[in-house]
Design a protein around this ligand. Structure first.
Ligand code: NAD
Ligand code: USQ
Length: 414
């Protein structure tokens, strides 16, 4: 199949592009490289030394014999170029990763909030409008988030995107209908994914677009068999207080002798998936595009396990001897929540989940130790606060590395 990977230079996009290419698909990456500029803005690069796009493409061609296309393009800002590209290529599938994906970065300042909404919502809308105009048969596979469901404890397993609700009609007779599961975003970033969901529903109904929205949990791990084939193919690994996600942060912290930074009580339960399962799920989604219902977005929950943050810290600590520190939580989130979710659809398509084991954790710590001299310890504290009371609470326990000037962020405020 001909597949276009928007955001294919990023942490999930790059290994996905290689995985699809290794499975015989003809892949073109589209990316504006903003994530590399955000590294500079935050003063925190990837733990792993990532090669330039040109070096990456050359290395993949050398080791696999497969060419990869690359187009530098801003999906949010360059609508006309995007439309031309889609009209020329008419891909069978577009995989859409091209959004600002860090909840803390999205809460950092008014400029970061505006950038996140402008970039993410416009990118998604541009893709939908362009597909409807020039390539309506293309299957759009979007990376959404489990966070759209919110993190209230509900006494049920979260369904895959939809809920059947029963309500009384005017005569008091019970009626039922299917609705999109009500969203409860916990950050501006998660809010954009909730808005995306409405855009997909509209364009599927109005224009008959074929859309799969993957509600993905927190991705952990780094390498895949393809990214491990040559040092120039290595995947990025974020550990900083904005883009680093909890388990990958704990693994780096353990590797450099930094205490594991548990926010608040550590009672937050979240959904997780290994990067190797991420790339496989996307392949399964892309290759099952012929199974979509007309006019209805397919929503699949892309997670394999749920874990409590304090349990993860305990696991990493007992495997490595790392100390654990409880820091004032910069986020506005419940002290604790329960979480369970269905993932029947991806299991039904053949996903064979990789479960968290001490061996896998230690392998990641080993990789982190190899690049330990690249870690900037000053980038580790999470210092994007959800509101002023969080900032004040944190100021009593840690130094305040305040948000950067609102006027100069990597993506540029429009
Ligand atoms: P990432 O930041 O590493 O990659 C995103 C890529 O998109 C970057 O290469 C960036 O340069 C590009 N991009 C952003 N805006 C763009 C634009 N306007 N035009 C062109 N390119 C643009 O993020 P990631 O971790 O790879 O996440 C990818 C997607 O998966 C995101 O949409 C995210 O919401 C979703 N997701 C990620 C995780 C996770 O744990 N990493 C979990 C669930 C969902
Ligand atoms: N946390 C800590 N210590 C840390 C970092 C985080 O205790 O050092 C806690 C946070 O307070 C939060 C939990 O760990 O309770 C998860 O935080 P995270 O940064 O790992 O994940 P999150 O902000 O939810 O975002 C990540 C990705 C995002 C994706 C989302 C999936 O960055 O793109 O959408 O995971 S989900 O969590 O299912 O919504």
């Amino acid at each position: 199949m001909r597949v276009m990977v928007l955001g294919g230079d990023g942490f999930c996009g790059w290994p996905t592009a290689l995985h699809l290419s290794a499975h015989g698909h003809d892949v073109t990456i589209v990316d504006n490289l903003v994530r590399r500029r955000i590294d500079d803005e935050l003063g925190a690069g990837s733990l792993t030394p990532i090669a330039t796009p040109a070096e990456r493409l050359a290395a993949w061609h050398e080791v696999s014999g497969n060419p990869l296309g690359f187009v530098e393009l801003d999906v949010a800002a360059d609508y006309h170029a995007l439309t031309e590209l889609l009209a020329d290529e008419r891909p069978d599938a577009v995989v859409h990763f091209a959004e600002q994906r860090a909840a803390p970065y999205s809460m950092k300042s008014p400029a970061h909030k505006r950038y996140t909404v402008d970039n993410n919502v416009t990118a998604t809308h541009n893709v939908l409008v362009a597909l409807a105009a020039v390539s309506p048969g293309t299957h759009l596979v979007h990376l959404g988030t489990m966070g759209v469901y919110g993190y209230e404890s509900v006494p049920a397993d979260l369904p895959e995107g939809y809920l059947t609700v029963t309500y009384p009609d005017r005569e008091g007779r019970p009626r039922s209908r299917e609705i999109l599961y009500p969203t409860r975003p916990g950050s501006v970033y998660h809010l954009t994914k909730s808005l995306d969901q409405l855009l997909f529903a509209f364009y599927a109904r109005n224009d008959g677009l074929h859309v799969t929205d993957l509600h993905q949990g927190i991705v952990w791990g780094t390498q895949t068999p393809q990214t491990g084939r040559d040092p120039r193919l290595i995947n990025r690994f974020d550990y900083d207080g904005d883009f680093g996600t909890v388990l990958n942060r704990f693994l780096v912290e353990a590797a450099i002798g930094h205490p594991l930074t548990v926010h608040g009580t550590g009672g937050q339960t979240r959904a997780f998936i290994n990067i190797n399962d991420t790339v496989e799920c996307i392949r399964l989604a892309v290759e099952s595009g012929d199974r979509l219902d007309d006019g209805r977005v397919r929503v699949m929950n892309q997670l394999t396990q749920t874990h409590r943050v304090s349990d993860l810290a305990g696991l990493v600590s007992s495997a490595t001897g790392a100390a654990i520190v409880r820091v004032a939580n910069p986020r506005d989130e419940a002290d604790e929540n329960a979480l369970a979710a269905r993932n029947d659809q991806l299991l039904g398509l053949g996903l064979d989940p990789i479960l968290l084991t001490e061996d896998l954790l230690l392998a990641e710590v080993g990789l982190a130790r190899r690049y330990a001299d690249r870690v900037r310890r000053s980038a580790i504290p999470a210092v994007s606060y959800w509101n002023d009371s969080r900032r004040t609470a944190a100021a009593t326990t840690e130094p305040d590395h305040s948000a950067p000037a609102a006027s100069d962020i990597a993506g540029g405020a429009r």
